[in-house]
Structure formats: structure tokens, C-alpha cells
Design a protein around this ligand. Structure first.
Ligand SMILES: CC(C)(COP(=O)(O)OP(=O)(O)OC[C@H]1O[C@@H](n2cnc3c(N)ncnc32)[C@H](O)[C@@H]1OP(=O)(O)O)[C@@H](O)C(=O)NCCC(=O)NCCS
Length: 181
């Protein structure tokens, strides 16, 4: 899967690369990011960053996930990640995202995710994009609502993390809903 470069009003979303490794612990080393995401470790070391860059590339090569790093146009800072994890046998993907804490609360996650939805429906030809936010994570649920995704309510044990199952709010959007938003 070719990783695109997506531009929004304030962000560029582009492929992760080895040159991001020094900045990544400063963005992702955070107990709350660890708590609310599936694959971001805590503590987050430079070795974790190297492994993550390898994994993102492998998943893209295998067509399984498109991980992009949003960067602020104004400063060039890399501020987090957004990902579409594509199902193997149908045109459906799950949206994920995390931003470094110092950039929370400025609408950047919503802006980045809107670009991911546009690319997913517009270029990847997906029929459906879904997302799950753990029940203790209202900021993430709010992002999904602002995107216009439809709430499926609380789903018991919908998120698997470190071998445990957590309740989550499910959200979904299909192509027709995207086109008529
Ligand atoms: C979730 C996350 C990506 C949000 O990023 P962000 O850039 O702050 O998101 P936005 O600014 O686009 O939107 C956040 C919304 O949540 C709201 N919000 C923040 N904290 C909240 C809380 N405790 N309760 C209710 N709403 C909350 C904000 O007010 C904002 O809504 P508004 O625009 O209507 O005011 C960021 O907090 C994060 O990276 N968290 C850790 C990782 C994570 O949870 N990833 C998602 C996994 S599903």
C-alpha cells in the first residue's frame, strides 16, 4: 500500500520514517496514550520507536494498515499518528489515532481523522470505517462524534489490549453517510 501525503488546513499527514525516531518518545511516552490505545507502549523508548517504524512499514507493505504521522504545517513538528487498519476480506477499516499531550484540545485529531476518512472512502474505496473508544475516554468519543460517525453505543469487551478485554463505544460510518455529510 502506497502511503500518501495528505494536506489539511493546518496539517500534513505523511509516511513515518527513521528520521522520526528521536522525536517519537517525546510525543508518545504518556500513560494516557498507553491506556487508551492498543499498540503504543509505556514507557516509550527509542527502541520502541525503531520497532514501530519497522512495523508501520511492514503493515503498509502488506496492505494491512496505513499509518500516517500528522505534522504541523506552521512549525514542522510531528504531533502523533493516525491509522486505518484494513480488514483482509472486505473493504472495511478501523480508524485509530493518538496525539502528543501538548497538542490536545485544538481540534488537530478531528482534522487529521477527517483527512483519513476522505482518503479511506475516496481513494482506498472503502465501504465502511469504524472506530472504538474505551468508555473512560470521552475526548476520543467526542472526536468520533465531531467526524459525524454514528454511535453504536457501548459494546461489552470490544477492545483487546494486553490480553484483557475492555468495554468501548463503537462508532461507524459508511460510504453513503460520508458522501451525504
Ligand atoms: C483522543 C485525542 C486523540 C484527542 O485529540 P485532540 O486533538 O485533543 O482532539 P480534538 O481537539 O479534535 O477534539 C477533542 C474533543 O474532546 C473534548 N474533550 C476533551 N476532554 C474531554 C473530556 N474529559 N470529556 C468530554 N469531552 C472532552 C474537547 O473539548 C473536544 O471537543 P470540542 O471540540 O467539542 O470542544 C487525544 O486526547 C489523545 O491522543 N488521547 C490519547 C490517545 C487516544 O485516546 N487515542 C484514541 C484511541 S480510540
Amino acid at each position: 500500500m502506497e502511503l500518501p501525503r495528505l494536506e489539511t488546513e493546518r496539517l500534513v499527514l505523511r509516511a513515518p520514517s527513521e528520521s522520526d525516531v528521536p522525536a517519537m518518545p517525546g510525543v508518545f511516552h504518556d500513560p494516557d496514550i498507553y491506556a487508551y490505545t492498543r499498540n503504543i507502549p509505556y514507557p516509550y523508548t527509542p527502541d520502541d520507536a525503531v520497532a514501530a517504524i519497522d512495523r508501520y512499514r511492514r503493515l503498509a507493505d502488506e496492505g494491512r494498515a496505513m499509518t500516517l504521522f500528522p505534522e504541523l504545517i506552521e512549525t514542522g513538528e510531528m504531533i502523533g499518528l493516525a491509522v486505518l487498519v484494513v480488514e483482509a476480506d472486505r473493504p472495511v477499516a478501523e480508524l485509530g489515532y493518538a496525539l502528543g499531550r501538548r497538542w490536545w484540545g485544538r481540534g488537530y485529531a478531528t482534522e487529521a481523522c477527517r483527512a483519513m476518512l476522505a482518503y479511506g472512502f475516496g481513494t482506498l474505496g472503502l465501504d465502511e470505517i469504524n472506530a472504538h473508544s474505551m468508555v473512560r475516554n470521552p475526548a476520543s468519543a467526542r472526536v468520533l462524534e465531531k467526524l459525524g460517525m454514528v454511535s453504536l453505543g457501548e459494546i461489552a469487551k470490544a477492545c483487546e489490549k494486553d490480553g484483557l478485554l475492555y468495554d468501548a463505544h463503537g462508532y461507524v460510518m459508511n460510504r453513503a453517510q460520508w458522501e451525504s455529510r
